[in-house]
Design a protein around this ligand. Structure first.
Ligand SMILES: Nc1ncnc2c1ncn2[C@@H]1O[C@H](COP(=O)(O)OP(=O)(O)O)[C@@H](O)[C@H]1O
Ligand SMILES: [Mg+2]
Length: 308
């Protein structure tokens, strides 16, 4: 368990984290979602013991971060923002160094080293100096050091930031694979990442918790929830006719020239009526689907336009 209680951090007059409280259970992958400056990194630094809270505390695996910091830290793996590492060490030297600091030794140390090297696929760069690695490999080395002691709790600060789409995909895949028996907290300002890896999302802005739920629950609060998007040639005629259907609140033409989105009134189900209309008019329809709701829409709504 991770239990955060009234955690607060002030830097001078600025309150970066404001009485944040939440619990995370094993198996959960919690996404911290928020605009830049929301307080995500500061929260992570306090939970991992890198920053002293102004007030409040947290328990990690049952240990209070202020009263039993060593025990709390043993249960934690942490990938700080930007995945800092010692650039003049080789990957092998760095992991060896971290394993020693973590108190691993003998057969267990060898087994763990081998395991993480396999898990994050860094076998081919072991003898390379860290500052000569590509960003993708550096991030994998960062992940390797975070999990080398097989911690129960893994805290990853923007683990895919600055990576290319393939590398992002890979890191997300690694995170999902590790999630079975761990608690993972990931910060991101990429909404698609939350949908891809998180079982739960917390929207944070100005150091405060603004929403907490399953990504699909949050997305269901979007005005796009249940909206129907249609791609067809007769867009303008269709927009007219769709507007006249019962339970349609609004028809919006999308940037793509042949697309429009029909929004339901009061959560009404529109799909049958919309498809029936398309059939009756014999319009050539290229695509028609019901939207699940958009997390980015909810995010903008909740954070008051403080952009992701
Ligand atoms: N060491 C510091 N000294 C002063 N202000 C800080 C410090 N670290 C963070 N802040 C401020 O605290 C707020 C939250 O920052 P941060 O936790 O890094 O946000 P996020 O990770 O969500 O982008 C920001 O306004 C930031 O400028
Ligand atoms: Mg940050």
């Amino acid at each position: 368990m991770v239990e955060v209680q009234q955690l607060t951090k002030r830097f001078g007059a600025r309150t970066a984290v404001d009485q944040l409280s939440f619990h995370v259970a094993p198996g959960e992958v919690l996404g911290f979602l928020g605009p830049n400056g929301a307080g995500k990194s500061t929260t992570m630094k306090m939970v991992t013991g890198f920053l002293q809270p102004t007030s409040g505390t947290a328990r990690v695996n049952g240990f209070d971060i202020l009263e039993q910091p060593l025990e709390a830290k043993k249960a934690l793996g942490y990938l700080p923002e930007g995945a800092p590492a010692y650039g003049d060490m080789t990957v092998q030297q760095f992991l060896n160094f971290i394993a020693d600091i973590r108190g691993l030794s003998g057969d267990f140390k060898r087994a763990r080293m081998q395991r993480v090297i396999e898990d994050v696929h860094i076998g081919q760069v072991l003898t390379q100096r860290i500052d000569t690695l590509s960003k993708g490999f550096r991030r994998r080395v960062g992940l390797a050091q975070a999990i080398i002691h097989d911690p129960k709790v893994l805290i990853l600060d923007e683990p895919t930031d600055g990576l290319d789409p393939n590398q992002k995909y890979e890191v997300r895949h690694l995170i999902r694979n590790m999630s079975k028996d761990k608690i993972i907290i990931v910060s991101t300002h990429i909404l698609e990442e939350v949908e891809a890896v998180c079982t739960r999302a917390m929207i944070i802005a100005h150091g405060k918790l603004l929403a907490d739920g399953k990504p699909e629950e949050l997305a269901a609060r979007s005005r796009y929830h249940g909206a129907i998007t249609v791609k067809l040639d007769a867009r303008d005629d269709a927009a007219q006719a769709l507007k006249a259907l019962p339970d349609v609140a609004e028809v919006q033409t999308e940037e793509a020239a042949d697309e429009l989105t029909v929004f339901p009134r009061n959560g009404a189900v529109l799909l049958p009526a919309v498809s029936a209309l398309m059939a009756k008019k014999q319009w050539q329809v290229h695509a028609l689907y019901q939207q699940k709701g958009r997390l980015d829409d909810v995010f903008r709504q909740i954070t008051g336009g403080a952009a992701a």
